[in-house]
Design a protein around this ligand. Sequence first.
Ligand SMILES: NC(=O)c1ccc[n+]([C@@H]2O[C@H](COP(=O)([O-])OP(=O)(O)OC[C@H]3O[C@@H](n4cnc5c(N)ncnc54)[C@H](OP(=O)(O)O)[C@@H]3O)[C@@H](O)[C@H]2O)c1
Length: 341
Amino acid sequence: MADKKNVAILGATGAVGTQMLECLTERDFPVGELKLLASARSAGKVVEWCGREVVIEEARPEAFEGMDIVLGAADDDIAKALLPEAVRRGATVVDNSHAFRLDEDVPLVVPEINPQDVAWNKGLISNPNCATIIGLVPTWPLHKLGHVSRMIVSTYQAASGAGVPGMRQLENELGAIGRGEELPEPTAFVDQLASNLIPQIGSEKFEGFTSEEMKLQNEGRKIMHLPELRVNCTCVRVPVLRSHSESITLEFEEPVSLEDAREALAAAPGVKLVDDLGADVAHDRYPMPLYTSDQDLIWVGRIRRDISNPEQGRGITFWCCGDQIRKGAATNAVQVAELLL
Ligand SMILES: NC(=O)c1ccc[n+]([C@@H]2O[C@H](COP(=O)([O-])OP(=O)(O)OC[C@H]3O[C@@H](n4cnc5c(N)ncnc54)[C@H](OP(=O)(O)O)[C@@H]3O)[C@@H](O)[C@H]2O)c1
C-alpha cells in the first residue's frame, strides 16, 4: 500500500463529489486525512465515510493547508477562485471543471489514453469533459489502428450531467407526470426535459455550435495529441437520469477492417464490447444507458462501416454509453490521482 495521502474534495456534496467519495472507497485509495468542502449552505453537515464522521467545511483557501491531493468537483468560477490556492499550499489538484482544461501548462488526462501527461503537471491536472471522455476511450484503440482524422458525433446526455439540480428537475417532472399533476417550472434546463429532448448544452461558442459541442474537438486534440483533429458534434440533453450515450463516426487515414476494430475494442482497457444484434435480450445486443449506469466501463456496440464513405475501410460508425458521473468524472479523477501515488 502506498503512503497515505491527505485528500480534500471541493464540491463534496454534489453529484461528482459524492461519487468521488465512493470511488475512493471502492478503489482502496490510501486516504490519510479527508476534508470535505462545499458551500456555506452545507457547512456543518456530517458525512459518514469508511467508519469516520467527516464534518463538511465551507471551502476557503485555508482549508487546503496540509492537503496532498485535492479533487475538484465544483463549477468553473469556484474552481478558478479556490484551486490555485490549493496548489499554492503544496497540493496537487485534479479538477473536473472546465476552468483550466485548455491551459498550456495543465495536463488534460484520460488514464487509458495519455497517462504519461501527468508527469509534466505543475500542481494542477484537469479531467476532461464527460462526453469527451466517454467518446474518446473507445475512439483511442481505433485511432491506433488507422489514425483518426475526423469525427462526427451526436451525444444523448443524461440529466445528471447538470449535477444534482439536473437530476432534481427530471425527477420532479417524472413525479408530477406520474401523479397526473401540472408540471413544475423548469429549474435546471431551458425547458421541460421529461418527454422532451433539448438540443442545446452550454452556450453558443463558435459558428452556431455550443460550448459543449466544441469541447470534444478542443479537448480531444489535446488529450490524443492530434492538433489537426476535426470534430463535428451535436449535443442533446435527453430524459435519462444517468449515463451519456453517443453515436460516433470516425474517418481514418489508413483503412481499418471491422474485424480489427472489434478485436481492438474487445481488448481495450476501460471498454466493454456489447455488439450482437441477434442476442436474445436487448441489453446483450447493444449498450443502453440503463445498464451502463453505476459502473466504470464504456460499453460499445452497433459497430459497422460508414456506408456514406466511398473509400473502403476509411469510415467506422459505433454507439457507446458510459456513466458520466463515474468514468466521465469521479472515477477518471481518482484514476489520475492513483497515477500520482
Ligand atoms: N455531473 C456530471 O456528470 C459532470 C461530469 C463531468 C464534469 N462535471 C463537472 O464537475 C463539477 C461539479 O459538477 P456536479 O454535477 O457535481 O455539480 P453539483 O451536483 O451541482 O455540485 C456542485 C458542488 O459545488 C458546491 N458548491 C456550490 N457553490 C459553492 C461555493 N461557493 N463554494 C464551494 N463549493 C460550492 C456544491 O456545494 P453545496 O451542496 O453546498 O451547494 C456542490 O458540492 C462541475 O464543474 C461540472 O461541470 C460534472
